[in-house]
Design a protein around this ligand. Structure first.
Ligand code: TYM
Length: 603
């Protein structure tokens, strides 16, 4: 619990805060408001705050803020607790005729005189123009203490909430109190066009900074820089030569994800294929962390690609359902729930069309005993420092989280599946995933030689973007009206695409005809790149849209048609998947799973 004291101007000066922060702190001191100030490593995002354990250190409410504007150009500073998602659907009840979030640094600066990313309710102390109303969530109002940064990233100021409210009153800032605490969409529709709603941590991000971890994907306004990511992660590009080699060895035309560079990087794919061509067999490994009852359309990317690999190489496949992972990492989910969701998700995954005789699917909770010897060996070989370096764990991370990477690593080694491979250690493993999962397998590959095991090969896809644009991936863990699930009805799909899909087209028909669309940021076109098989048709749509012949609405219609067909077919296949089918995929006693005499063709 922070000890609050009355500061003098001299005390404040001694803190070495930025000039703006100093001004605010002095003002609080002048007003005889007790406070505490802690200095820490600079934190620019909520995740970074959590990573340095700010939440554990400070009891009370750590506040985050976003600035929104209504159509009459009135500004509202929304203040909620750090861990809270803002229910933008509820905001219109507060901010009538919501227009947008001023995301440009210039506007935030103009309104509150702060640098981008430095937005804080304390900025109101220096806001002489009084253009901003404050909307406080009840969780903030009801907490005893509030913590805010004083418009700089490396300090946090703590005040008693009642003092903070008195301060707002004395500043004559109009203050509204609301319950904004349910989780919902990150987008709203304002004047018929999609406007992006970003919280402060994203508002600041006009730079090229991007974060890609198994738990967070975000990038600047230009979207994810995949080449940079490849360099940062130290992965290698899937070259046309490698694609040609895969074709040659499998006898199949390259999948559209390879033709279009959507599966784009790898580790040791060349080695695996070389070995395969010399008679060394391999198996496939992929997975899903069951955090939601349905897969979203982005999840189909690794699964459909893995199915294609299984079809063309005729190799065994293991699918991990990491119900333990989602229990450890999702505060709101119980173990019983993640276990149930694993079985729900299994049906969607089976509906992708995997070969029942070549596929073994397992829930970690059910199967862990069989691979526990491998898990233990990995756990002993990886230190906390390594895990912290790769995953950002800290003193506040649970033991469950810290040990979990060993569980995701284990299926990369054939000895985790004695019922399939007995004691064969020569068999290779190829893991398919979107690139967010790479950190798990960097650790896996690092530990392999120390345990005398083969390093697995990896293939990474880019992200199927969020409907809101290419700055982040489509995600299903937050219940969002802007996520397309494989279970959605045609009506839901149409509504979501037409309402939310970020457009790279121009504002008016006249401008679109003249200037055409920016395909790189247009979500509908990006989705078609993943979904539409017909190369020529896709090219024609791209050319026509970029030249202005096609309008956004027309491209959205084409996308809706594709999505409705794909989800319709998926749902029909899912309807055929019974509990019995799931049991079959998870049955480790099946004879068909004996690959102990396997040759490269899987038999
Ligand atoms: P999960 O459940 O978050 O995602 C399942 C798989 O889908 C990929 N993915 C995406 N691909 C393209 N576009 C998107 N928008 C998108 N969102 C998610 C993920 O990269 C993943 O491949 N820890 C894992 C589960 C797991 C796993 C594995 C994944 C266990 N073992 C081995 C890959 C390989 C997870 O929570 O995935």
């Amino acid at each position: 619990m922070a000890t609050l004291t009355l500061f003098s101007d001299a005390d404040v000066a001694a803190l070495g805060l930025s000039p703006t922060a100093c001004e605010v702190a002095k003002e609080l001191a002048r007003r005889q408001i007790p406070m505490s100030v802690i200095k820490h490593a600079p934190i620019k995002t909520m995740a970074e705050g959590m990573a340095i354990g700010l939440q554990d250190e400070l009891s009370g409410c750590i506040c985050k803020n976003i600035l929104v504007r209504d159509r009459s150009k009135e500004y509202f500073l929304i203040v909620v607790a750090l861990e809270q998602k803002i229910d933008f659907k509820r905001l219109p009840a507060v901010v009538k005729e919501m227009d947008r979030v001023p995301s440009m640094a210039k506007e935030v600066n103009e309104v509150l005189g702060v640098e981008p990313g430095c937005l804080s309710a304390l900025a109101l102390v220096g806001d002489r123009k009084r253009r901003v109303k404050v909307v406080l969530d009840m969780a903030v109002v009801q907490s005893e203490l509030v913590h805010m940064h004083p418009m700089c990233h490396d300090a946090t100021v703590t005040l008693r909430t009642k003092d903070f409210l008195v301060l707002l009153e004395s500043l004559e800032v109009a203050t509204l109190k609301y319950q904004l605490d349910s989780v919902a969409s990150a987008t709203v529709v304002g004047d018929g066009k999609l406007k992006e709603m970003r919280d402060e941590s994203q508002q600041e991000d006009n730079s090229e900074e991007q974060t890609v971890t198994p738990w967070e994907v975000s990038a600047g306004s230009g979207g994810i820089d995949y080449d940079k990511l490849m360099r940062d992660f130290g992965a290698e590009k899937i070259t046309p030569e490698l694609v040609a080699l895969m074709s040659k060895l499998s006898g199949a035309e390259p999948h559209r994800f390879l033709r279009r560079g959507l599966f784009y990087t790898h580790r040791d794919l060349g080695k695996l294929l070389d070995a395969y061509s010399r008679g060394v067999p391999f198996y496939l490994y992929t997975g899903r962390g069951p955090s939601n009852s349905s897969l979203h359309i982005g999840h189909l990317v690794p699964f459909l690609f893995t199915k294609w690999l299984q079809d063309v190489f005729r190799v065994p496949l293991v699918i991990q359902l990491s119900d333990d992972e989602k229990f450890f990492f999702k505060e709101h989910l119980t173990l019983e729930e993640t276990h149930r969701l694993a079985y729900e998700n299994a049906k969607d995954i089976i509906a992708c069309g995997f070969d029942p005789e070549l596929t073994f699917m397992f829930s970690d909770l059910d199967y862990i005993g069989d691979m526990y010897p491998v898990v233990c060996k990995i756990q002993k070989a990886v230190t906390f420092n390594q895990a912290r370096g790769t995953f950002g764990f800290d003193g506040s991370s649970s033991l469950g989280k810290i040990q979990f990477p060993a569980v995701e690593a284990a299926p990369a080694f054939p000895s985790s599946f004695p019922h399939m491979f007995r004691d064969r250690t020569d068999i290779g493993c190829l893991i398919t995933m979107a690139i967010d999962q790479d950190p798990f397998f960097r650790v896996t590959r690092d530990v392999a030689p120390r345990l005398g095991w083969k390093k697995p090969a990896l293939m990474h896809s880019k992200f199927f973007p969020s409907l809101q644009g290419p700055k982040t991936k489509m995600s299903g863990s937050v219940e969002s009206p802007a996520t397309v699930f494989v279970t959605d009805s045609p009506k839901e799909i149409r509504a979501k695409i037409h309402k939310y899909a970020f457009s790279g087209g121009q504002d008016t028909v006249e401008q679109q005809r003249r200037l055409g669309a920016d395909l790189d940021v247009d979500v509908s076109y990006q989705y078609l790149m993943y979904l539409m098989e017909d190369e020529q048709r896709l090219k024609q749509i791209g050319d026509d849209y970029a030249s202005g012949k096609l309008l956004t609405g027309e491209v959205k219609d084409i996308l809706v048609e594709e999505l409705v067909r794909i989800t319709g077919e998926h749902q029909a296949r899912r309807a055929q998947v019974t509990d019995e089918t799931v049991r079959h995929f998870m049955d480790k006693t099946r004879k068909s799973l004996d690959f102990s005499t396997m040759r490269p063709d899987g038999r």
